[in-house]
Design a binder for this molecule. Sequence first.
Ligand SMILES: Cc1ncc(COP(=O)(O)O)c(C=O)c1O
Length: 346
Amino acid sequence: MIDSLVRKNIRDLKPYSSARSLYQKGVFFDANENALGSAVKLQGYPELNRYPDPYSGELRKALGEFLGVSEKNVFAGNGSDEIIDLLIRVFVEPSEEIIVLEPTYGMYKVAGDTAGIKVKVCPLNSEFQIDLPSLWNILSPATKIIFCCSPNNPTSNLLRREDIEKMCKRFRGIVVVDEAYIEFASQPSIGNMATGLENLVVLRTFSKAWGLAGIRVGYAIADEKVLNYLDKIKEPYNINKISSTLAIKALREKDTMLGFRKVILEERERMSKRLREMGFTVFPSEANFLLVKYPTSSKIAKKLAEESGLIIREFGNKKLLENCVRITIATPEQNKLLLNSLEKLI
Ligand SMILES: Cc1ncc(COP(=O)(O)O)c(C=O)c1O
């Protein structure tokens, strides 16, 4: 099924063959690098005057081991944002479309709009779950990808696993499940499901629980056929050496990540409780942020920024998010500061 879903020009494309994809060993005269060295050196990192491995092999291997899947089912991207863009470019012809389940992470729509394709919106239901009957209604033969986010940003809930399975089985296209916040959730990743379901692509990232947003590494877990197409069109050296070295190191620091998780979950609980006591509606969260509703939340957000330099995210009058703000769980001290400032403001 995957080959038939791929854009014709991508199927026929002869990919760029980078110097390091042709030869990995030898004395290199083939890539116009600076053989004398680099202007700056970083202790403990591979030589930076040479291009990185185009395949990010060590990182994929480490991720495969960490996740308990074959490295062939893992693709590393320059943030998951890169992978969202690549998926659209592999699968969606200019005359075709994607579906986004709003309210959700804004980049699916931006990537679709940038590609000049149609972006159809299927609103989540009042419980922020997938409205399957409406989804079946708006599906068309031109629909190539459905983007889902679980736990969803900004509603903070997990999508029902059964609904995702139903979508994968019924929809003859690609189902993307973005699990950027899964480490904070009460249920495990569905990454393993992606190795058995040809059309499921699960996205994960080092930007959230691992605390590595600055290195820009995200990854996809999916069928090998899908990932081969991503490899075919990605930029030759999409992950730099510093980022891949740090991502591999991070995987050996799982306890540190779990330590962050513990603090964030405790703080999430504490903040939810305090905010509810103050009269805010706080939606149950499976992520490292809270979706909070209050009649004057927009004004409060502006005042917090202007008077205290405390920045929270507001959504204006977006459907289902009226009077809502999103608050990222920060350090216990910062959270205290925010709660105290909020208390004064209301
Ligand atoms: C749902 C979701 N997916 C992806 C991203 C971006 O991930 P990355 O930093 O890996 O590009 C974000 C960032 O906020 C997000 O909320």
